[in-house]
Design a binder for this molecule. Structure first.
Ligand code: ATP
Length: 904
């Protein structure tokens, strides 16, 4: 081998070994890189796996919360639906049968027929990864989806629409029975009337309701009378639209919401399997379906094809969970079973009894305008207010104006006369303000029926229109007379004003004298016949005044409402045709006789709580029957009275309340409170409260003049002492301490405490008794005849003057004082226990009585008073407890009745 070859080999080997070395390096590098890449890949794969797991967990968490939310939301929705259903169907409208009982509601509710089957919360889908548990399986604290509450399936009937039942016949019957019972049980007995048409079973379909037939809450029509029934119902709809809604309201529901009145019953016609309808029947049925609900005419149809339409609920009866109703969309219903027979019959019997007992009272509210409309009316032309509804559902308005001006109301006891007066007053008082209307109220019946209009101990409010209330005046006919006198004076005042403005009636006077306050006056006298019952001066004057007021009051806005419970009251007037003729408005309560015209017997057949109102003197053609709302309820009345009372501006005075059973108090007498110590030359002795429209004290003036003495006559110690105490206290109040002298002498031990009490009240008053009265009278007699002028008056109060001791001498002194004292300002105020005894003091039967210028008689008959009374007659006086007759010859034409002031 050549060197060169060897050289070449070496070189090649070297080259190869280099190459090998380089390749080895490259391989190692490559392997290293490959290892790193593998590690990186494995890290990435691990990271990807971990991320995937996290994402899955997040997804699971999200899915779980979505499911939870879905379940709660569904539960809440179902709960809300159940709550709403409870509100829409309270009480007997929605209660399940096992706890059901009738509960009349204020307005119609939706009625339950079964239970809505709401979609349940969906069962959770299978977990995505088999074997991987759902979170709530892992965590025992997470609860399973909640159960849905029960949501009743409700249908609307009364005031809303009609119900058509299809499907299973037997189950459909149960739906009809259930609906009907719920409708009856949620309304006031008698306000839902059911008309059954059941040609197949001749009423058998409604057999459970049989108890409602006798009071005609349920009536059946014959199998061939469907046409007639539909015509009748259409007739009702037309009538109600024309006369009840009268264009003012679109439905009875609206009328009720606005006026709180429901003048028509709901009429529910139940048509069970009518077969095929002829054209006329079909047309009438469609009319009713369209227009009936607004007029309270509703149909429950079962077994008759009816096209769906607005206001028509279609119930498809089916067993189990397969029933449906048109307003429920796709939701299924489980129908309730029919009402249990025991519940059904008991309820029907209960309703029948309630209906047979008579209509339920209508509330006073139905007569009242909206609060925003109160006190808006003008009485310039008259006073008009509703008194209730007629049987046809129209409002009966009653007017007092120039014609008819006055009203006569009659009704035997308990028929609701007082209630009618309250209702009328309430309806008027809510419409007319006190500047438009004033009430004067007098009740001759025993009791306090009108007292509620004046402030009392329990309730300080009063009816703002009331100016005067007289209660318990049955023995104080004088109070009635006082009212008539007062109204007579007001009549003259108005007539004078009318003359001055050259007008003839109140409307014109108000137009001419807009700034004047000329309210119409309504004087109500309940049991007025008591006022006219005696054959005496009171009756004579009362009748004269009544005649005048009735004749002339009409144009001066003075209206009389006379009420009487028995025929004698009306007959008291009957003898005075001219007077009766003025009372053209006649109101008769059930069984009232003779108040309407002789031949008009409408009141005889009136149902309870109704009245005949007749504005044409009782002529039969003018009869209007009205159902009067209940106004007697104190709470309802108080609500109205308080509302009106709060409208009064502050400072308005309450009405005068005259209560014949209450003893007046001197300290409350305005006349007594007005007395001032001015040492008057004409001091006034107050004696008692007069029976008058204004609170006024009977009085006698003890001026310097003959006869100015006072005698109190009778045996009643307490009352005699009360009169003397009033006289003494009132006189003392008019003098300064030294301005007058007072002396009291008492000879009756029974009167001594009262005499001593008066003595204690009068400063520096002298006290005398049997032991020293002779000195007093001797001095007084000397003073009476003295020549020098008296510097101050001396009042001598003698208790039991007829028992004066001291024999003739003392008696002569007393006679001297009585005759001559007053001119020298010495006045005797004495109590004699009989009129004859006073006569004895004065000198016996033939003696003059003029030293006694004023007297107050207690239990002394009128005839005994004749000697002390001018003219030939005697005053008309029949003694009665705690009343006295007062006469003062210097001012009176006739005697007046007074009420002694009670101890204060
Ligand atoms: N329209 C009515 N609605 C409901 N209840 C009435 C109605 N009218 C009267 N009443 C009730 O009947 C009863 C007798 O009524 P009210 O006192 O008015 O009769 P009256 O004829 O005035 O009787 P009396 O003359 O004996 O007082 C009362 O309890 C009253 O609440």
């Amino acid at each position: 081998m050549t060197e060169s070859t060897k050289q070449q080999v070496v070189e090649i080997r070297t080259g190869l070994s280099h190459a090998l070395g380089a390749a080895g390096h490259a391989l190692a590098d490559a392997e290293h890189e490959a290892g790193e890449a593998t590690t990186r890949w494995e890290r990435i794969r691990a990271a990807a796996q971990s991320r995937e797991r996290k994402l899955a967990a997040a997804r699971d968490e999200r899915l779980r919360s979505i499911d939870e939310w879905h379940d709660t939301e569904l539960g809440a929705l179902a709960g809300a639906a159940a709550g709403a259903a409870d509100r829409a169907a309270p009480g007997a409208a929605g209660e399940p049968w096992h706890s059901w009982e009738p509960t009349p509601l204020a307005k119609p509710a939706e009625l339950r027929i079964g239970r809505l089957l709401l979609p349940a919360a969906p069962a959770p889908a299978a977990p995505a990864e088999p074997g991987r548990p759902w979170p709530w399986d892992e965590d025992a604290t997470v609860s399973p989806p909640p159960e849905s509450p029960e949501v009743p399936a409700l249908v609307q009937l009364l005031d809303h629409g009609h119900v058509v039942v299809q499907g299973d016949r037997k189950l459909g019957d149960d739906v009809v029975a259930g609906l009907l019972l719920r409708a009856l049980g949620t309304s006031v007995p008698g306000t839902v009337q059911v008309i059954g048409y059941d040609p197949e079973h001749l009423g058998g379909g409604l057999a459970g309701f049989a108890a409602l037939a006798p009071p005609r809450v349920l009536t059946f029509v014959a199998p061939n009378a469907l046409s007639q029934l539909l015509d009748d119902l259409v007739g009702h709809v037309r009538r109600i639209n024309e006369t009840v809604l009268a264009g003012e309201y679109s439905s009875l529901r609206e009328l009720h919401a606005a006026t709180k009145r429901r003048p028509e019953p709901w009429r529910v016609a139940v048509l069970l399997g009518a077969g095929e309808l002829n054209r006329h029947e079909r047309t009438q049925l469609e009319r009713l379906l369209r227009t009936g609900a607004a007029c309270g005419v509703h149909l429950i149809v079962h077994g008759l094809r009816v096209d769906p339409g607005p206001g028509i609920e279609c119930v498809t009866a089916a067993p189990g969970n397969d029933a449906r109703m048109s307003s429920g969309g796709d939701l299924l219903i489980r129908l309730d079973p029919g009402p249990p027979p025991a519940v059904l019959t008991a309820t029907c019997r209960q309703i029948a009894e309630a209906v047979a007992a008579g209509p339920a009272p209508v509330a006073l509210d139905s007569l009242l305008p909206d609060e925003s409309e109160e006190w808006r009316e003008s009485s310039a032309n008259g006073l008009t207010a509703p008194l209730g509804d007629s049987p046809q559902g129209t409002r009966v308005q009653v007017t007092l104006s120039d014609y008819p001006p006055h009203a006569l109301i009659a009704g035997p006891s308990g028929t609701g006369k007082t209630n009618l007066i309250y209702a009328w007053m309430g309806a008027l008082a809510a419409r007319y303000s006190p500047a438009e209307l004033a009430f004067y109220l007098l009740d001759f019946k025993e009791g306090v029926s009108f007292a509620r209009f004046a402030p009392g101990r329990r309730d300080q409010s009063w009816l703002p229109h009331v100016r005067l209330v007289g209660v318990n005046v049955n023995t104080d006919r004088e109070f009635g007379l006082a009212l008539l006198r007062f109204l007579g004076a007001e009549l003259r005042r108005r007539a004078d004003a009318a003359k001055q403005h050259e007008v003839t009636n109140l409307a014109e006077l108000r137009a001419e004298n807009p700034e004047g306050v000329w309210p119409r006056i309504v004087a109500v006298v309940d049991e007025f016949q008591v006022l006219l019952s005696g054959r005496d001066a009171v009756t004579t004057e009362a009748v004269d005044l009544l005649e005048d007021l009735a004749r002339r009051g009409r144009s001066q806005g003075i209206h009389l409402i006379l009420a009487s419970q028995d025929i004698s009251g009306i007959e008291a007037l009957w003898g005075r045709p001219a007077l009766v003729a003025q009372f053209t408005l006649r109101i008769a309560l059930p069984r009232a006789r003779r108040v309407l015209a002789e031949q008009n017997t409408a009141a005889e057949s009136l149902p309870r709580y109704h009245a005949v109102v007749n504005s044409d003197s009782g002529a039969t053609d003018a009869n209007q029957i009205v159902r009067v709302p209940a106004a007697g309820d104190r709470e309802q009345w108080s609500a109205l009275q308080h509302r009106l009372w709060r409208r009064l501006p502050p400072g308005e005075l309450p009405p005068r309340l005259f209560d014949g059973d209450v003893q007046p108090k001197l300290d409350s007498s305005p006349d007594f409170r007005a007395l001032v110590a001015e040492d008057s030359p004409a001091p006034v002795a107050l004696l008692g409260e007069t029976i008058d429209v204004m609170s006024r004290s009977g009085r006698t003036v003890l001026r310097r003049a003959p006869g100015r003495n006072l005698a109190v006559l009778g045996t009643r110690v307490e009352e005699a002492c009360a009169v003397l105490a009033t006289a003494g206290r009132s006189l003392a109040a008019q003098f300064s301490r030294d301005g007058a002298r007072f002396s009291i002498a008492c000879f009756d031990p029974d009167a001594r405490p009262a005499a001593e009490a008066l003595h204690a009240r009068i400063p520096d008053c002298g006290w005398y008794d049997a032991s020293n009265v002779d000195w007093l009278l001797e001095d007084a007699a000397a003073e009476s005849t003295a020549a020098w002028p008296a510097d101050r008056p001396h009042f001598i109060l003698l208790y039991a003057a007829d028992a004066l001791p001291g024999g003739k001498a003392t008696l002569d002194h007393l006679r001297t004082v009585l005759r001559q004292g007053p001119e020298r300002r010495l006045h005797v105020l004495g109590w004699w226990r009989g009129a004859g005894l006073l006569r004895d003091t004065l000198g016996g039967p033939g003696s003059r009585t003029d030293p006694i210028g004023a007297w107050v008689a207690l239990d002394v008959h009128g005839s005994e008073l004749a000697p002390f009374y001018p003219g030939t007659g005697a005053p008309n006086w029949y003694p009665r407890p705690w009343r006295a007759l007062h006469f003062d010859r210097s001012v009176h034409r006739g005697a007046e009745v007074i009420i002694p002031y009670g101890a204060s």
